[in-house]
Ligand binder design. Structure first.
Ligand SMILES: Nc1ncnc2c1ncn2[C@@H]1O[C@H](COP(=O)(O)OP(=O)(O)O)[C@@H](O)[C@H]1O
Ligand SMILES: [Mg+2]
Length: 301
């Protein structure tokens, strides 16, 4: 079992989010002092392993929440036990994809981090959102972050124990006997994204074919390599219809020396869906959905 002891701000981990050479020195301390790596997998309560997949991007609005929610649903649709956890505590959103349009279900991840409940109490069953695609054994759970302004303000004001988040990942995998835990992250680099990158079996870096994303992705790829993430995949989203897909893939794989697991089209249909539901479930034949299923199969859970 892997053991990741979470950093504290004094480790300098948070400095990584800023920039420059000092960041790299801080990162080395972060890595060496704060984490003990075990094997690349986490045992679940059923005696098998939970694959931890983090979906991350350096910049916001890249499609992390849509991708997390849809990938998780497609893996669950193959009969696996999957949970999605929203670690974007400052700007939560993945719950909306599962139909919680007015509020987040309670209790939320915040309640666990404040010691009010167990992490398993915050896991809400959203298997119904996979519709008829689900087979009997499948299960899909959501651990939301609270959208209540007072809860977000409290997290920003008081922070929380990142070690508890790490322990929460492990307990959740164990309690729900998960095959896969999908971590939807906050853009950029902060303590919880560094933690999720470090404990991931697979890190999916989402990027758009945009010069700003290219630069930010380079920073994150470098960090992922220093943290020795076992599998690093790049997913390109919002690719215009006129783009030469083969050239794009070849360029990105050359630049980052990492596999491009999928190329998702920029789609007006996805935009019109406006995160109101799981597009890959409601529009299964759409090219965006087909590519999501391809990536889900690539994850090989
Ligand atoms: N391939 C796509 N084509 C068009 N719009 C997209 C696509 N992927 C995501 N979007 C839209 O982009 C916005 C941001 O997506 P979201 O998943 O919330 O990103 P993030 O979690 O990275 O901030 C949403 O309005 C979503 O509907
Ligand atoms: Mg998001």
């Amino acid at each position: 079992m892997r053991v990741a002891k979470a950093p504290t701000v004094s480790d300098g981990a948070i400095v990584v989010a800023d920039n420059g050479m000092h960041s790299w020195r801080s990162l080395n301390r972060f890595h060496c002092d704060s984490f003990v790596r075990g094997t690349a997998t986490t045992m679940n309560g059923g005696g098998s392993v939970t694959k931890i997949v983090s979906i991350h991007s350096f910049r916001g609005g890249t499609g992390k929440s849509n991708t997390s929610a849809n990938l998780a649903a497609q893996v669950a649709a193959t009969g696996k036990r999957v949970a999605v956890i929203d670690t974007d505590i400052q700007s939560p959103g993945v719950h909306v994809l599962y139909g919680f349009h007015d509020d987040t279900p309670s209790p939320a991840l915040n309640d666990y981090l404040w010691g009010k409940c167990e992490i398993s109490d915050t896991a809400h069953d959203v298997t119904r959102s996979v519709n008829g695609a689900a087979v009997a054994e499948s299960s899909l759970s959501l651990v939301p972050s609270s959208v209540k302004p007072s809860d977000i303000a409290r997290i920003l004001r008081e922070g929380y124990d990142v070690e508890a988040l790490n322990e929460g990942f492990r307990s959740l995998s164990n309690d729900l006997q998960l095959d896969m835990l999908v971590i939807d992250t906050h853009p950029g680099l902060n303590e919880e994204t560094l933690l999720s990158i470090t404990i991931s079996d697979t890190l999916i870096l989402l990027m758009r074919p945009d010069k700003q994303d290219y630069q930010g992705t380079a920073v994150t790829v470098d960090i992922a390599r220093r943290l020795a993430v076992p599998e690093l995949l790049i997913l390109v989203n919002k690719v215009p219809s006129g783009a030469d897909r083969a050239t794009l893939v070849a360029d990105i794989e050359h630049i980052y020396a990492a596999e491009v697991a999928g190329v998702l089209p920029l789609s007006e249909d996805v935009a019109v869906n406006a995160s109101a539901g799981l597009f890959s479930v409601t529009q299964p034949d759409h090219p965006w959905s087909q590519e999501i299923r391809k990536v889900a199969a690539r994850l090989d859970v």
